[in-house]
Design a protein around this ligand. Structure first.
Ligand code: ATP
Length: 579
């Protein structure tokens, strides 16, 4: 497949505001790809060159991309930076500045090979190697190809295609109906590699996809929690006579894969964070009593002197490239495991929670360096409340309640009623913050001139694969947050309403952003609204909105599709009315 075919499909994808058209365009593209090509096409569509979790990280960054464009254009990096300031996008900069005719033709495989070599370059001189490698590709490319090459390299592809849209397109291309779509999603949830799912589907059909199973060093998409408005609803919602109530840690979710002495750690976004936690790697290697295992749990910063857990922000100081071991010594992390997904060659995903927990305790023994989450098992609300209050007293952020029913399987990637979190109340009405995606902003006036005055926030509607607005937010920002807004949002700027973003004309912002940045938002309550499109009811012309939204913090570790869903907001709204 020619890279030009891909580039022209990308142009059409960017031009459409219809999700169905997006799926049709992608389906046609995928149907025309060979098994080797389809893998690459899937990664490229998502702006990556390998599965999200792999170490195949381009690692180029803005400066090297700018230097490569300068080299290909025969100009200096300062001119490229100036054009980038003006155009806000390296793709457009490359098209404008590189005037030489294309030296190609380039195939999809050529580009992937070139970018993979760039990604592999490491050590002294590697920046130079990356720069000249990218410049060579740019020189060979046509103008539209240059646009997408530069965006891929700068990590700013943002076609507005999410993984669920891509799965829909795969189903349309190879199955012709939606019947097999759940199997595709399941395979993706347990392998986290859409390229692998696509290739298997292309080569072996649906039966092949259904045979995809858990494997070591390939992360499983984490199971997520639901929320309720009142603690008294938890038991009924979960629906099993007894439930487990576990401590909820405020750290970083980590999935640990042990393969003999070889240990890999994945973050909640499924990136490989092994290098960040040398202490947890050691603990997993020495304390997990199974040759192979996959554990789900939380890395938490722990003060051994006072015996208390430290806040999330303290742990985040360990997110760094350099001085990792030194800072690990200053801020030791402990691993609280709350699930076992695989042990000694066997998947535990289809075992009940009580079975998985029993096996987890066997595998971990009594070593303090990694311990199973503390918990109680109870059948009444008073029991939950007492344990919850004790957790709060110990400085934890709340509890996670879990079904003990026979069918309490580990549902990869799902947010269902089997797991319910209950956290310290932030505000009356809403018992938790929301994680929303920024899709627009209004220009700031007065003191806020030069930055944005407010941002337009959306929830993710999973059923429709759309981002629907919930509120405009202008409070809660510190001065530093405010002045930093344009920089934070620059990469996502769009000159028109992006596909998959649903906004009513009354709420149309001055500036549009592709769904990319997630913020944590505190609010008073959910109300009906004629303006916001969350759970939009076309007959009543009403959606749902968050009142008194306040910015809490950036949630960089979340992808837009991991934001609070429209269904969750609808559930909060319903429950508020019941209170
Ligand atoms: P929050 O922002 O409330 O931490 P989240 O949006 O990141 O939540 P949720 O699925 O809503 O994700 O909450 C579950 C998160 O809580 C998990 O991702 C995990 O990191 C953390 N957690 C801490 N302790 C536990 C536990 N015992 N069981 C399950 N998850 C736990």
């Amino acid at each position: 497949m020619k890279f030009a075919t891909l580039a022209s499909c990308f142009e059409r994808l960017e031009a459409t505001s219809s999700r169905n058209e997006m799926i049709a365009l992608l389906a046609r593209l995928l149907a025309g790809a060979s098994p080797d090509e389809i893998v690459i096409v899937c990664y490229f569509v998502l702006g990556e060159i390998g599965p999200g979790y792999s170490e195949v990280n381009l690692g180029i960054g803005d400066r090297t991309t700018a230097a490569a464009i300068a080299l290909a254009a025969g100009t200096d990096p300062a001119s490229v930076e100036a054009a980038a300031q003006e155009l806000g996008d390296y793709g457009d900069v490359a098209v404008r500045l590189i005037e030489t005719p294309a030296g190609g033709p380039l195939s999809v495989a050529d580009v992937h090979r070139g970018l993979s070599e760039i990604a592999r370059a490491a050590g002294p001189g590697s920046i130079e190697e990356k720069k000249s490698g990218l410049a060579r590709l740019l020189a060979a490319a046509t103008p539209p190809e240059r646009r997408y090459l530069s965006r891929l390299a700068a990590g700013e592809m943002r076609l507005g295609v999410g993984d669920m849209t891509l799965l829909d397109a795969l189903a349309e291309a190879f199955l012709g109906s939606k019947a097999g779509r759940p199997s595709l999603e399941h395979a993706y949830n347990i392998s986290s590699d859409i390229g692998h799912v696509a290739r298997t589907l292309r080569e072996e059909g649906l039966a092949g996809v259904q045979a995809i199973s858990v494997s070591l060093h390939r992360p499983i998409r984490p199971m997520l929690t639901q929320r309720v408005a009142r603690i008294s609803e938890i038991l009924e919602r979960i629906g099993s006579p007894v439930i487990a109530v576990e401590e909820k840690y405020d750290g970083e979710r980590i999935q640990a894969h042990k393969d003999g002495d070889d240990v890999t750690l994945f973050s909640r976004r499924l990136t490989d964070v092994t290098h960040q936690y040398p202490d947890i790697v050691r603990h997993v290697r020495h304390c997990v009593m199974a040759d192979t295992a996959i554990l789900d749990g939380e890395a938490v910063a722990f003060d051994h002197e006072t015996g208390t857990y430290l806040p999330f922000q303290t742990l985040m100081r360990r997110r760094r490239k350099y001085r990792v071991r030194e800072v690990a010594g200053e801020i030791p992390a402990t691993y609280r495991a709350f699930d076992l997904l695989y042990a000694n060659g066997e998947s535990y995903l289809s075992r009940s929670y009580p079975d998985r927990r029993a096996r987890l305790e066997e595998v971990l023994g009594r070593d303090k360096r990694i311990s199973p989450a503390d918990r109680i098992v109870t059948g009444d609300t008073d029991g939950i409340t007492e344990f919850y209050l004790a957790c709060i007293e110990r400085g934890l952020e709340g509890v996670v309640c879990k079904s003990c029913a026979q069918d309490s399987f580990y549902r990869a990637g799902a947010r269902e009623w089997q797991w319910i979190k209950w956290k310290r109340d932030y505000a009356p009405g809403i018992s938790d913050t929301l994680d929303l995606v920024i899709v627009g902003a209004n220009a700031g006036r007065g003191r806020r001139a030069g930055t944005y005055g407010s941002v337009l926030c959306a929830a993710y509607n999973h059923e429709e694969d759309l981002f629907q607005t919930v509120c405009g937010m202008g409070t809660g920002f510190s001065d530093v947050d405010l002045s930093d807004l344009p920089r934070r949002l620059a990469g996502a700027r769009k000159d028109r309403q992006p596909a998959r973003v649903m906004v009513n004309p009354q709420a149309a912002p001055d500036f549009w952003f592709a769904p990319a940045r997630v913020v944590e938002v505190l609010g008073l309550e959910i109300t009906e609204s004629p303006v916001h499109t969350c759970n939009w009811d076309p007959e009543r012309r009403r959606g749902l909105a968050l009142r008194f939204p306040r910015f809490v913090r950036w949630r960089d570790e979340k992808s837009p599709e991991q934001a609070t869903t429209a269904a969750e907001i609808a559930a909060i709204f319903r429950r508020q009315r019941e209170v």
